[in-house]
Write a new protein. Structure first.
Length: 107
């Protein structure tokens, strides 16, 4: 999990090891408790997601060596509901790989 000490800065990044994978697309979805999931578009803005995997836009994150860093959030989250569940996806050919983690605010 990620614990934010300062929600007004709201910076959340996630780096994953690719294990030799070469991603062809990257995607990010966030969801707060009791709300609709939001997809991150390629401009870094979030909008409602219809849960259709085909509608996920490519976020354009590029690997550095064998690692891939997702720039998930960089905004004031003081009005956001916590916890948030973040799911990061990447495509390798026709295979969609993903992982999730939670974001909490420090009280």
């Amino acid at each position: 999990p990620v614990v934010l000490a300062n929600v007004t800065l709201g910076v959340v990044n996630k780096t994953i090891a690719l294990g030799g994978d070469v991603p062809t697309a990257t995607h990010v979805v966030i969801q707060s408790s009791g709300s609709q999931p939001l997809l991150r578009d390629n401009a870094g803005l979030f909008q409602p997601w219809d849960r259709n995997l085909a509608s996920l836009p490519d976020n354009g994150f590029v690997p550095a060596g064998d690692n891939l860093q997702f720039q998930v959030l960089n905004q004031d989250l003081s009005a956001s509901n916590f916890p948030m569940k973040v799911t990061v996806y990447y495509r390798v050919g026709s295979v969609l790989k993903f992982g999730s983690f939670d974001v909490f605010r420090r009280n």
